[in-house]
Design a protein around this ligand. Sequence first.
Ligand code: PLP
Length: 383
Amino acid sequence: MTPFPREDYRALSRYLPDRRPVPVDLSDNTNLWGTHPDALQAIREAGPDHLARYPSLYADELRAAVSRRFGVPEEHVCTGCGSDDILDAAFRAAAGPGGLVRWADPTFSMLEPLCRMNGREPGPVGWGEALEDPAALLAGDPVVVYVCRPNNPTGHVAPRAWMNALLRLTRDRGADAPLVIVDEAYADFSGDSLVAEAPGLHRTLVVRTLSKAYGLAGLRAGWGAGPTEVIDEVEKARGPYKVGRLAGAAAVAAVDDVGGWVERTVAECQECRSALIEALEARGLEPLPSGANFVLVPVARAPTEKALALRERGVAVRPFPGERTADGAAKATPQPLPDALRVTVGPWPLMERFLGALDDLRAADPDAWAGAPRPVWLPGATP
Ligand SMILES: *Cc1c(COP(=O)(O)O)cnc(C)c1O
């Protein structure tokens, strides 16, 4: 065996979505109302020490801000260079090389790469099967179980009773329980969160990001909450100095949200989300119910071509080929999505730009742009 490169990294590649600049970018679920004004102010007020000196080892200021805002004691909060960094550290903290990772599929596209990067065995379970019985996610003694709630890319929120049942099953397993990761990247938009109860949950980590509702994707900061046994192991696996001083100062100002900017833009986003869903339904399409800042719209076929056609009209959305991967191979996922487009919800003028481009394309070729039915396994959108 050659020592370099790693044999098990063969299936890994760089993450390269279409990121060419476009006038209206509805492809990456960032906050299209801009960034948090208090975070920007904190950066403007920064002095030389913000750059010359190391930050605190484990982002104490950000942990304190999270504690103030969410009522979770600091020792129950971990942080990272984006929530991806926390997920990565949690994967490493959960067990040594090998070991199964289960998740309800389809979900966050980073899951499979995260498994490969950490030498884990990917074990997707279809959402339908998982929702029928959460025990499906514990089959085969996984070391990690991941649930995205609200889920990316579908936008649905797994019902609270179902989530509680999974957490009960985890507690029943005691010392043999996997680490359950609940990714709440979009929880600000659904209003339902496990953060407040996270300290008392068994072997569970609730992960939040500043990249979406807080408008700070460029900053790279995230945090997690859970019992101290979990928090301590994740912080050890992640290592010190991951949140830079400047990023930390801006993140603190945003989490404090003194002027209520997050609340205001989230409320506006929820209104635009309802209006967008209505507008799509009025056109005979069947967008999925969403608790997030995006809407998934099933289309009859060829989502990648459709996304390119929209891009030519100045609007970027993210295509999700259902049963095929981007290079045309059949997907191994147990319950594939229908072919679909994921549209980030932004201020209404941007939604009008999207709907205008869509209408042009639909008028030119109504058959190609026909909708497709929602998947049958979808639960109600609200917990
Ligand atoms: C965008 C997103 C994140 C955020 O990742 P960061 O590294 O914090 O920017 C995490 N989870 C999901 C499901 C996401 O869609």
